[in-house]
Write a new protein. Structure first.
Ligand code: AP5
Length: 215
């Protein structure tokens, strides 16, 4: 399966991508996670993208496309991939079309996580993340077993710099200005599967699996 998870920041794409990847074995490819890994490792790319990410703006299309093209050239994604947080602009969507055509491996589904602004703000302001393994938590809806500690790898949880209130507002604006038009783009291609993202993690998971036809 070749999938794209599309939707506003904090809609639960990463949470559900981990579930789907775990169940189907399809590799989870998150551009946000890839850039955060570069920042943590202090690479040249990491240094370039850090302030852009902290401000809630988008990394330039040419940089993103170069990173994704290289990732989709690896052997582990020959049988499929789940793209989370990419594409985010029309240029990126057309770039992905080009990669898919070149590889002769078209997309199967684009899952659109539909969530209103108030819920986005509440999800992001309460999110805590594991800086080591990336596992997401929430101070109310998805608490770790021990407060402040990751269940999976026992690392101390953090609040992402881009989850602070001013940045969240900008991320939402950027989503509306640059990413939301992809909903129509993929609807016209008959790839769009809308999932209401305002239920519990389990309810949303059921909606995603139903949309993908995975039992
Ligand atoms: P990225 O990491 O992709 O951020 P995002 O798209 O804004 O998505 P998030 O990770 O914030 O949210 P999510 O939808 O995965 O929600 P989650 O599952 O964590 O990108 C970060 C930055 O990198 C960008 O701003 C940009 O600078 C750069 N970047 C990345 N890709 C790029 C690209 N293609 N082009 C240009 N720049 C790019 O859930 C959120 C919270 O809600 C968690 O606390 C979770 O526990 C909780 N939650 C989840 N589901 C539920 C539920 N059903 N009920 C209750 N709580 C829930």
């Amino acid at each position: 399966m070749r999938l794209v998870f599309l939707g506003p920041p904090g809609a639960g794409k990463g949470t559900q991508a981990r579930e789907v990847a775990g169940k189907t074995g399809v590799p989870h490819v998150s551009t946000g996670d890839m850039f955060r890994a570069e920042v943590t490792a202090g690479t040249e790319l990491g240094l370039r993208v850090k302030s852009i990410m902290d401000g809630g703006d988008l990394v330039s299309d040419d940089v993103v496309l170069e990173v994704v093209r290289s990732r989709l050239g690896k052997c582990d994604v020959e049988g499929g991939y789940l793209l989370d947080g990419f594409p985010r602009t029309l240029v990126q969507a057309r770039g992905l079309d080009g990669i898919a055509a070149q590889q002769n491996r078209p997309l199967d589904h684009v899952v659109y996580f539909d969530l209103d602004d108030q819920m986005v703000i509440s999800r992001l302001s309460g999110r805590r993340s594991c800086p080591a393994c990336g596992e997401p938590y929430h101070i109310e809806s998805l608490k770790p077993r021990t407060e402040g500690i990751c269940d999976k790898c026992s690392t101390e949880l953090i609040q992402r710099d881009d989850d602070r209130p001013d940045t969240v507002k900008n991320r939402l604006d950027v989503y509306k200005q640059q990413t939301a038009e992809l909903i129509d783009y993929y609807r016209k291609k008959e790839l769009l599967r809308r999932v209401g993202a305002d239920g519990s993690v389990q309810q949303v998971r059921a909606g995603v699996f139903e949309a993908l036809g995975v039992g």
